[in-house]
Design a protein around this ligand. Structure first.
Ligand code: HEC
Length: 339
């Protein structure tokens, strides 16, 4: 095998530095955004009401615990391949279950994404990086790398199967409500993880097959696509059904008054705790994104409100317990007023 050239090695070191940067800036941003406003991002009183401190502590437990337990699992002897894979699967799914049953769905998705990200990065920084250096040094000296080390290396590289899931989960807050808050947090995250593994597996098989997808995988891909489509459809349908019932209950509920719901009143009741010049929401120091709602500014934000409220992105975790009828009325108003 030809030894790598000096310029190739330079690129290698540089990319590891990038990973370090990604890791530390990621952690800082995570803390700045999610730990400053745990009420808005991590907690859903409908799932479990907990204090902001408890949520942060629970989140940190995962960020530290996942890489540590992963280290233990990685020490399972190489010959116990099945045990190793089983332990990995149980480990990940147990965390998913823990967060899906305690955090808001959005919070759980972000948390699991971050935990996988931290575990992958620690693997790279503390194992793969030094191992790469060693292997490269050996190659440069003209020696052959140790085959057992190569196997350990391959094992650590398995995390690439979860990379698509990490990207998806971390970006999930920007996706529609069917993905982000469909009420089935565990099922959704587990599906994302399984799909990530399958897609990566098929990608590798395709790569080995000279860039052509082996025909049996075409069937699997088609089946997976249809299943996911049906699943998403079912979630959307089931959710709309539940919403409909709630709206009707509301409509037939105790007759308070029959006035149509006014956008300004709804905003005052459900948004102004955060989107005010001086927010009253605990832990909210300034209006998020500088967005302050007053009767004058409201029309200006109509387009954004239509999206944020229609997709249930706002209020975060439905912190202010916005009613379905209010959501409907505000979305209709905002859609009508957006240019
Ligand atoms: C608990 C606090 C809180 C409440 C209540 C709240 N928001 Fe927000 N809002 C936020 C935060 C935090 C952000 C910034 C989100 C981000 O940066 O990802 C935000 C961002 C927005 C944005 C910018 C676009 C976007 O989607 O990020 C709009 C529009 C918005 N909110 C509208 C509303 C409306 C309308 C309501 C009431 C129905 C509302 N918000 C209630 C905290 C709140």
């Amino acid at each position: 095998m030809a030894a790598p050239t000096a310029s190739e090695l330079e690129g290698l070191v540089w990319s590891f530095n990038q990973i370090r940067w990604l890791f530390f800036t990621g952690l800082v941003l995570f803390g700045l955004i999610y730990y400053r406003q745990p009420q808005a991002y991590l907690i859903d009183p409908g799932v479990l009401s907990m204090s902001g401190r408890a949520a942060i502590a629970f989140s940190l437990l995962g960020l530290l615990g996942a890489p540590l337990i992963n280290e233990i699992i990685n020490r399972i002897p190489l010959s116990y391949r099945r045990t190793y894979i089983l332990c990995c699967a149980i480990h990940v799914l147990a965390w998913v279950y823990a967060y899906a049953s305690k955090f808001s769905q959005h919070g759980a998705m972000i948390q699991i994404g971050a935990m996988l990200g931290v575990t992958i990065t620690t693997n790279i920084l503390w194992y793969l990086y030094p191992a790469t250096r060693e292997a490269v040094d050996a190659l440069v000296r003209g020696e052959r790398p140790d085959p057992e080390k190569k196997q350990l290396w391959d094992r650590r590289n398995h995390h690439s199967f979860l990379l698509p899931a990490v990207v998806f989960l971390m970006l999930s807050s920007h996706m529609g409500a069917v993905v982000r808050a469909n009420g089935h947090a565990f099922l959704t995250i587990a599906t994302v993880l399984v799909l990530s593994v399958i897609s990566r597996f098929i990608l590798e098989a395709t790569h080995r097959n000279g860039g052509v997808m082996p025909s049996r995988f075409r069937w699997i891909t088609a089946c997976a696509a249809v299943t996911v489509g049906l699943g998403a459809g079912w979630l959307a349908w089931a959710r709309n059904g539940a919403e409909q019932v709630r709206i009707e209950r509301h409509a037939h509920g105790p007759a308070t008054d029959n006035r149509p719901l006014l956008a300004e009143e709804i905003v005052l009741r459900r948004c102004a705790a955060c989107h005010a010049a001086q927010p009253s929401y605990p832990g909210m120091a300034s209006p998020p994104r500088g967005i302050v709602f007053t009767p004058d500014t409201l029309p200006r934000y109509a387009g954004q409100i239509a999206i944020a409220v229609g997709t249930e992105r706002m209020p975060p975790g439905n912190a202010t317990q916005m009613q379905p009828s209010e959501r409907k009325a505000l979305t209709e108003w905002a859609t009508g007023h957006s240019r």
